[in-house]
Design a protein around this ligand. Sequence first.
Ligand code: C5P
Length: 228
Amino acid sequence: MNIPVITIDGASGTGKGTVTHIVAKKLGWHLLDSGVLYRVLALAAQQNQISLTDEAVLAPLAEALDVRFVETELGQSLSVLLEKQDVTDIIRTEAMGNAASKVAAFSRVRTALLNRQRAFRISPGLVADGRDMGTVIFADAIVKIFLTASPEERALRRYNQLNAKGIHVNLSALVEDLRERDKRDQERLVAPLKPAMDAIMIDTDPLTIEQVVARIMIEVEKKGITAA
Ligand code: C5P
């Protein structure tokens, strides 16, 4: 039997990560935060003094990447290990998000990470979040969601998230960073950020996280899938 996948794509700051965790937990399914792979690759490149523009070296590095996701005590929140080093927090910075979007633009890098992502498709099901989950990696997903939000709202959410962690950033610099990253993700030639033809679009601006989850669960239930 084909193991079902729900894809949740969208730009950063649309709430994808949080929503994906909640939906996966409700269903009792596995989850894949695909952005982590690009973030860890960017970190590994930096640690090995590899240029973020050197596709020929980045692709084999991606292929050999020793990255592991470890489930922590706290529900389904995951720790990320790069060669046994806990990099959960280091990879979450804006700088690393930006570096990730640079390495993610290379087709050989994306190909190198393809099977690694598909390997997350394990019974009873997978909720996968990213940019190309519905268009490329799991094009046969049973439900495809594409979340949108205005740049201002996304920057504000990110600002509040970082503040809550004690990381103080400048809001307008954050808006600039987001715009730059969006542009790179949307304009790249391979797997650009765009909704799949059969994706359900949800504008999250006027919605709370709970409302977004409720909206997604309606689509999931329409397919005969029920919460665990
Ligand atoms: O989702 P997150 O912000 O962690 O992603 C970091 C970067 O990784 C994105 O800006 C994007 O360039 C890249 N990415 C991607 N494809 C994915 C997930 C992330 O290109 N499926």
